[in-house]
Design a protein around this ligand. Structure first.
Ligand code: GAR
Length: 197
């Protein structure tokens, strides 16, 4: 599998893919990392690993469509089988030919606690505020909505008394590190696929 990884943040998810590939647990090659603004820590993670990085600054575009076209051009320029959204905070309005080949991870049990503006710490704050007894993470095929699309797999964690957004985030992230590579393996092997529209 040749993959592109799209990031907007610290690149912990990208680092996990780099580690899983290096350990021989994930048979993939990262062909491209797209960073949605300059100066991201995740871009440093990529460069340290010798991966090609393209910075496509969302703020330079006045619509999701125009930004999406720029991302599409960057991905099209490489030979990429799968595109992995990894803490990517924008919509990628991908063309139809990428349908079923774009995956996202979200740090909650979708459809709960997802959607525009729901990312990172905010998700865990909302889970704690709701009084939910469990949370987790979801890997899904992306569509043109925030955190929308067919679910591939979920991993659950308990919400414990005394949890803070940070302690819950840490527990969920440990599961994300297992869930995302597993979902990629399932899509690569054909065990998971997007149902026809
Ligand atoms: C992960 O926790 C991921 O679930 C979340 O961003 C983090 C990865 O960013 N994604 C979302 O909240 C998407 N709605 P990082 O790899 O830059 O730390």
């Amino acid at each position: 599998m040749n993959v592109a990884v799209l990031i907007s943040g610290t690149g912990r998810t990208l680092q996990n893919f780099i580690d899983e590939i290096a350990a021989g647990r994930l048979d993939a090659r990262i062909e491209l990392v797209v960073a949605s603004k300059p100066g991201l820590r995740g871009a440093d993670v990529a460069r340290r690993a010798g991966l090609p990085v393209e910075v496509i600054d969302r703020r330079a575009f006045n619509s999701d469509a125009a930004f999406g076209d720029a991302v599409t051009r960057a991905v099209d320029a490489r030979s990429v089988d799968l595109v992995l959204l990894a803490g990517f905070l924008h919509l990628w309005m991908f063309p139809d030919r990428y349908r079923g080949r774009v995956l996202n991870i979200h740090p909650a049990l979708l459809p709960a606690f997802g959607g525009k503006g729901m990312y990172g710490r905010r998700v865990h704050e909302a889970v704690l505020k709701s009084g939910a007894r469990e949370s987790g993470c979801t890997v899904h095929f992306a569509d043109h909505r925030y955190d929308g699309g067919h679910v591939i797999l979920q991993r659950k964690v308990p919400v414990l008394p005394g949890d803070t957004p940070d302690s819950l985030a840490e527990r969920v992230f440990e599961q994300e590190k297992i869930a995302y590579p597993e979902a990629v393996r399932r899509v690569a092997s054909g065990a998971a696929r997007l149902p026809p529209p």
